[in-house]
Design a protein around this ligand. Structure first.
Ligand code: ACO
Length: 402
C-alpha cells in the first residue's frame, strides 16, 4: 500500500478516490475480507464456523475484545448485559411523542442519540470505565429500543425485558408478546435470528462503520457515534437494501411474477431500477454470508411451514441474473440482504423493521471499530480533502448592482 500521508508531505499531492473505492482510511485487526475469493473472517475465525457453532453474544465479545470468551467470561458478559436491558421511564416517553407511522430506523437513531443525555458518564472516550459501561448499555438496550419501535408502530404496550431469557429470546418477547397472553419464542426462530445477527455483526469499513469511525474520530462519544452509524445504515444502498428487496419482490409479484420483464428493466436501467440485494463493493465472486443465508431461508421457511411465493420469485430472479451477461460481466451476485427479508417476514416482522434487525446485528462491529480507533494513539480526525470544481476568484457585486 502507498503511504499517502508521506507522499503528500513530499509532493503536495491530493488523491481523488470518489466513494473511497481504493482508499484504506485506517488499519484494523477486527475483520478480514477477501472479495475476490469470497472470504470473511472475524478476528481470524471463518464466518461459516461462527455462524454454525457460535452464538451472537460470544461473537460480540470476540469482535469487541479480540478473543473468544471462556465460559466464565461469557457468563459475566451476559450477566452484565442483562442488568442493563431496561430503559429509563423518561426514555420510554420518547415513543409517546413519535408519530405512529414513524420509521423505526428514525426512532432507533433518535433514542440511541438521546442515551448520551441520560448517561452523562459516557462523554469521555478516553475513560476506560465510561467506555466499558457505554458498551454494555448499548448492547443491552438496543434490543429494547428496537422492540419498542415495533410496539409503537402496532400500537401495543411496551413490555419490561425478561432477564431470565437469553439475548434473542428476550428481544423476540419484547417485540411479539402481549401482556395478557403467554409467549414463548419458537426455537427455530430464535436460532435463525441468532445466526442472522452473527452474519451481520461486522463487515470492516462499510458505510455505517466508516461513519461511526468518522464521527468518533472527533472524539464524540459512543452513543453519538453509533446513532450516526444507524442513520448511515438506513439508506437503501446499504442496510436499507433488505427492505428494498422485499418491496421489489412484492412489486414483481403484483406485476404477475414476470421475472424476465423485471430483469430487462434493470438491464435497460429504466428509471434507475437496480436489482436490489445484488452487487457489492467488495465481493466480486460471491458473498459468503448470502450462501449461508440462502440455506437458512430455505430451512426456516419450510420448518415454519411458511413456504413463501416471494421465495420462488427470488430463486428465479437469482437464476436468471446469474446466467445473464449483464450481471456476470459486472460481477453482480446476491449479497447478504437478498434472502434475509424473506426470513424476517416469516418471523412476523414488517418490512420497515428489517433494517432495524440489521442494526442489532451490526452493533458489536460498530462498537469494536470505535474502540479500536479510540485506543489507537496514531488515529487522527477523519478529514478528507476535495477537488474544488467551483468558480475561480471573482469580485463581490453589491446587491443593488446585481
Ligand atoms: N442492479 C443492477 N445493476 C447494478 C447493480 C444492481 N444491484 N449494482 C451495480 N450495478 C451496475 C451499475 O449500474 C454499474 O453498471 P455500469 O457500469 O453499466 O454503469 C456497475 O454495476 C457498477 O456499479 P456501481 O454502482 O459502480 O458499484 P458500487 O460498487 O459502487 O455499488 C452497491 C455497490 C451499492 C452495493 C450496488 O451494487 C447496489 O446498488 N446494489 C443494490 C443495493 C444493495 O443490495 N445494497 C446492499 C449492499 S450489501 C450491504 O450493505 C449489507
Amino acid at each position: 500500500a502507498i503511504d499517502i500521508a508521506k507522499l503528500r508531505a513530499e509532493t503536495g499531492l491530493v488523491t481523488y478516490d470518489g466513494g473511497f473505492v481504493n482508499t484504506a482510511a485506517c488499519k484494523s485487526a477486527i475483520t478480514f475480507i477477501d472479495g475476490e475469493e469470497g472470504i470473511l473472517r472475524y478476528r481470524g475465525y471463518p464466518i461459516e464456523q461462527l455462524a454454525e457453532q457460535g452464538s451472537f453474544l460470544e461473537t460480540s465479545y470476540l469482535l469487541i475484545y479480540g478473543e473468544l470468551p471462556t465460559p466464565a467470561q461469557l457468563d459475566d458478559f451476559r450477566e452484565e448485559i442483562t442488568k442493563h436491558t431496561l430503559l429509563h421511564e423518561d426514555v420510554k416517553r420518547f415513543y409517546d411523542g413519535f408519530p405512529r407511522d414513524a420509521h423505526p430506523m428514525a426512532m432507533l437513531s433518535s433514542v440511541v442519540s438521546a442515551l448520551s443525555t441520560f448517561y452523562q458518564d459516557s462523554h469521555d472516550p478516553f475513560d476506560e470505565r465510561q467506555v466499558h459501561i457505554s458498551t454494555i448499555r448499548l448492547l443491552a438496550k438496543l434490543p429494547t429500543i428496537a422492540a419498542y419501535a415495533y410496539k409503537k408502530s402496532v400500537g401495543q404496550a411496551l413490555l419490561y425485558p425478561d432477564n431470565s431469557l437469553d439475548y434473542v429470546q428476550n428481544f423476540l418477547r419484547l417485540a411479539f408478546a402481549v401482556p395478557s397472553e403467554e409467549y414463548k419464542a419458537d426455537p427455530v426462530v430464535v436460532s435463525a435470528l441468532d445466526k442472522l445477527l452473527i452474519l451481520h455483526a461486522d463487515h470492516e469499513q462499510n458505510c455505517s462503520t466508516s461513519t461511526v469511525r468518522m464521527v468518533g474520530s472527533s472524539h464524540a462519544n459512543l452513543f453519538a457515534s453509533v446513532s450516526a452509524g444507524i442513520s448511515a445504515l438506513w439508506g437503501p444502498l446499504h442496510g436499507g437494501a433488505n427492505q428494498s428487496v422485499l418491496e421489489m419482490l412484492d412489486g414483481i409479484k403484483a406485476d404477475g411474477g414476470n421475472v424476465d420483464a423485471f430483469v430487462n428493466k434493470v438491464k435497460n436501467k429504466e428509471d434507475g431500477v437496480r436489482l436490489m440485494g445484488f452487487g457489492h463493493r467488495v465481493y466480486k465472486n460471491h458473498d459468503p454470508r448470502a450462501t449461508i443465508i440462502k440455506k437458512a431461508a430455505d430451512d426456516v421457511l419450510s420448518r415454519l411451514g411458511k413456504r413463501d411465493e416471494l421465495l420462488d420469485i427470488a430463486l428465479r430472479l437469482e437464476e436468471v441474473a446469474l446466467s445473464d451477461d449483464y450481471f456476470v460481466s459486472r460481477k453482480l451476485y446476491p449479497n447478504v440482504d437478498f434472502y434475509t427479508g424473506l426470513i424476517y417476514r416469516a418471523m412476523g416482522f414488517p418490512t420497515s423493521m428489517f433494517t432495524v434487525l440489521f442494526a442489532l446485528g451490526r452493533l458489536p462491529g460498530w462498537i469494536a471499530h470505535w474502540r479500536e480507533m479510540i485506543a489507537d494513539p496514531s488515529s487522527k480526525i477523519g478529514r478528507p480533502r476535495q477537488v474544488y470544481t467551483g468558480t475561480p476568484i471573482r469580485d463581490y457585486v453589491p446587491i443593488g448592482a446585481r
